[in-house]
Design a protein. Structure first.
Lengths: 328, 431
């Protein structure tokens, strides 16, 4: 929406600048040139104050030794140059090593969570493509995790994952007898599985929703033609459904990747302020490094590094996908 | 053309309030209103509000100053205080955990209680010295004044002790282990441990370390986490679960006071906690069902070991420098530390008064309060009053949480494991 409104602006400006002054710019011109900007102003102000200014302040903070001694007058925090980056990104120090570990955990978590959410979403969307009795009920049911407030949902999971009194262990150990000893889910190495399951449970309905919408746009003729050519289910999926879904997938995977990589609510609510090492996702790690240890400079340095990483990945992804699509 | 101009004017007019709303300060509010952030002392946030409101109404009747209270849960309080300190807006008067005093003092966001300021709330001598010593670094004016005082004690289930043939509460850790083993059977456990609660872990690390002759910070304020004494202290606490097996491994994931519930429900025979009587009452455990004793000591103290079995725990009350009503805020502090309020509030919460004048009041003669007073008066020591104290609690408490997780998953924890965790924690101390 922003681009459609602003488009006439620069064009008109360029036009009037290249013309001799006073000649063609009649009375109506100026009004037309600045009105779009005036209408854009609220959006620009909000965008600046909500996104751009905090980001710039974050970069500024990452160059300062901002600890508890300076938070009251934080503009007076001493300039330390790249020291915060040196300490937090140097893998020979404990801080750097832990950040790298957290990064690795987050990368594995993101790949698995996005992959599983996407696969589950596609599976359910394809199954529900044809109308049948109860389809509406199933669709609603599948979307429930996405509609639930994240706090209520994840706190319920923490109760379910308790070792002695949780529903998960009751089913796995008491009913199914899969484990001899009751496993821990919220501490120790299983916590990775716990946070992965909760994250997939929360995000797959979004993938399902997008893919379902994408499937609606595939003309039935294609399936009919494929069917006449003798294509089975898998052939139709790989030769018709997936290629036709690729524009949806392109955006969906990117959005899921960014959301999952940055997800703060799920691990924070599941584990409280301190995540177990096996599930030490990067957003909570940064929170701990800045808020709990009161070292906001180091925390900002980590955030800026994370921002750069996500930017690089996003740009590379878009370049690769666009080139691939042009070739296709 | 005119139409367009009108649209543009309309747009600007519509925007103007939005723009000016960003920059303008609120006009100075009527000077007779204070905002107060109270910490969670009772069974719930709502219960606290109901306990405090009549007292605040009384203050308003006496002085005409209206106090708006918000009870902030412990998990949010420190972050909220930091945010208020950073932005320079927020409440006028706040409760702080007394162990954060020196850390918060370093921010410079609170007014200092120098002798002149202390005089306006009743004078230095009015307060219990140990409690006032936990209100900031040693050589600086306090950053707050004490409000409620607490100490750790050993709570034990009388019936379970009698059933197991244990005549008296343990006075040494060796006796505690022995009693714990007698209490532990398939259904019940000897001791409850809040293993994933970072603050609880750090507090136990403190008094165990004192008993082993250790310190978490040296005289210059530098962290000394991985000394042999501290390693031994942390290992002693972990071994209650790992080696002595008197605590349920499930306790390793406890962080929401589940150990208090387990004790109240008779699932466990012993609990190490601060003034937990009012919570036990809220969970329907009768006051005569449990006994209270000081925390044990080591049977034979190693060289340099101190007779310390609790931190000086408590809640302080502080005033933000950014308050527009400094006088009213100090009046409120004076009110909250007055004899009458000290008796009323501490009686309700089961804590001890922070002022000397009411110590002998009949409200504080119950067995629990007498034990707490004895501990506070003789064998409690303040946590290190250094600016990095809150980092110590977080880093060491988290390291212990991970070690408990390792124990609970069946892994062995050696001295080297403990030392490595503690030196990793220490290397993350900055600033």
């Amino acid at each position: 929406m922003t681009s459609t409104v602003s488009a006439p602006g620069p064009v008109a400006l360029v036009g009037s600048r290249s013309d001799p002054p006073g000649r063609r710019s009649t009375g109506t011109r100026p009004a037309r040139t600045w009105l779009p900007y005036a209408l854009l102003l609220p959006a620009v102000i909000l965008e600046l104050s909500v996104h751009v200014v905090p980001m710039v302040v974050g970069v500024w903070m990452s160059l300062r030794g901002l600890t508890q001694f300076h938070i009251r007058d934080w503009t007076g925090a001493p300039f330390v140059g790249l020291d915060n980056y040196r300490t937090t990104l140097d893998v020979d120090t404990t801080t750097g090593r832990e950040l790298l570990h957290s990064f690795g955990v987050t990368a594995a978590f993101t790949v698995l969570a996005v992959g599983l959410s996407w696969a589950l979403g596609l599976f359910a969307a394809v199954l529900l493509q044809r109308p049948f009795r109860g389809r509406g009920v199933l669709r609603t049911l599948f979307l429930t995790p996405y509609a639930l407030p994240v706090y209520a949902a994840v706190i319920t999971w923490t109760f379910m994952l308790q070792r002695d009194t949780g529903l998960v262990n009751h089913v796995l150990v008491d009913d199914l007898g899969l484990f001899e000893d009751r496993p821990f889910w919220l501490i120790g190495s299983n916590s990775f599985v716990a946070v992965l399951v909760v994250a997939v449970w929360r995000t797959w309905p979004f993938a399902f929703l997008c893919l379902m919408a994408g499937l609606q746009n595939i003309p039935d003729d294609l399936y009919e033609a494929a069917y006449l050519d003798g294509a089975g289910f898998w052939r139709r999926l790989s030769s018709v459904t997936l290629p036709m879904l690729s524009p949806v997938n392109q955006v969906l995977i990117l959005v899921l990747f960014l959301w999952t990589f940055n997800d703060f609510n799920t691990p924070y609510l599941l584990f409280g302020g301190s995540a177990p090492s096996a599930a030490d996702l990067i957003s909570v790690h940064i929170y701990q490094s800045s808020f709990i240890t009161w070292d906001f400079g180091a925390g900002s340095a980590m955030s800026v590094a994370l921002l750069l990483f996500l930017l690089v990945v996003t740009v590379a992804y878009l370049l690769v996908v666009n080139r691939w699509r042009r070739r296709a | 053309m005119l139409k367009r101009l009108l649209t543009a004017v309309a747009a600007v007019v519509l925007l103007a309030p939005l723009l000016s709303a960003c920059g303008s300060d609120e006009p100075a509010a009527a000077p007779k209103t204070l905002t107060y952030w109270a910490s969670n002392q009772g069974a719930s946030l709502e219960a606290d509000k109901q306990i405090l409101q009549p007292e605040l109404d009384k203050f308003e009747r006496q002085t005409g100053i209206k106090v708006t209270v918000e009870v902030v849960p412990w998990s949010d309080l420190l972050n909220r205080l930091l945010a208020a300190a950073t932005s320079g807006t927020g409440p006028d008067v706040v409760n702080i955990g007394n162990t954060w005093s020196a850390s918060l003092q370093a921010t410079g966001a609170f007014i200092q209680f120098d002798d002149a300021t202390l005089a306006t709330v009743g004078g230095k001598d009015r307060f219990v010295p140990a409690a006032l010593a936990s209100a900031g670094a040693a050589n600086k004016p306090p950053t707050a004044v004490p409000l409620y005082s607490l100490a750790y004690a050993l709570y034990y289930n009388k019936q379970m002790f009698a059933d197991a043939g244990i005549a008296s509460p343990p006075t040494t850790w060796e006796q505690l282990v022995e009693a714990g083993k007698k209490l532990t059977n398939g259904q019940r456990w000897g001791l409850a441990i809040e293993g994933a609660n970072i603050s609880e872990n750090a507090h136990h690390a403190f008094h165990f370390s004192q008993q082993y002759g250790g310190e978490w910070f040296d005289a210059a304020g530098k962290p000394t986490f991985d000394t042999p004494q501290n390693v031994a202290a942390v290992k002693r606490y972990l071994d209650l679960m790992a080696v002595d097996k008197i605590a349920n491994p499930s306790n390793a994931e406890y962080a929401q006071n589940q150990s208090v519930s387990d004790f109240a429900n008779g699932k466990v025979g012993m609990l190490l906690w601060q003034a937990v009587g009012s919570s036990l009452k809220a969970q329907n455990m009768a006051a005569d069902a449990y006994g209270v004793a000081p925390l044990p000591f080591l049977q034979s103290a190693p060289a340099g070991g101190k007779r310390v079995n609790s931190m000086v725990a408590g809640i302080n009350i502080a005033v933000f420098k950014h308050t527009k009503n400094r006088d009213a805020a100090l009046q409120f502090v004076k009110f909250m530390t007055s004899d009458e309020e000290q008796v009323a509030l501490n009686r309700t919460y089961g804590s001890l008064p922070s002022v000397r004048t009411v110590a002998s009041n009949e409200a504080f003669q119950a067995p629990e309060q007498k034990v707490l007073a004895e501990v506070l008066g003789s064998t409690a020591a303040p946590l290190p009053q250094v600016a990095q104290e809150s980092q110590f609690e977080t880093l060491v408490g988290t390291a212990m949480k991970e070690l408990f997780a390792q124990v609970a998953s069946g892994g062995q924890v050696t001295e080297d494991d403990v030392r490595k965790k503690l030196s990793d924690a220490q290397s993350q101390m900055r600033g």
